[in-house]
Unconditional design. Sequence first.
Length: 82
Amino acid sequence: MNKLKNVATEILDILEKRRQELELTFVEDTHTYTMKNSQGELKSDWVSVSKVIKNFYEEFDSEGISFKKAKGDLDVQEQPPH
């Protein structure tokens, strides 16, 4: 277990060093990333990780799923969950 903790610490150290090199920051309120680009300029027009991941998965069809669960009954579909 101690070896695993050492590996985890090493990985975190490598990531922190890279964050500092890139001057990577994230503002949660605006969901904005800022970091240096390949020319060393600080930029904040990066695509979010969530948007990149959406390219690989179909969006969850909540309306369609709830309609199926309600067995096609729109009144049942509109009821709040218990």
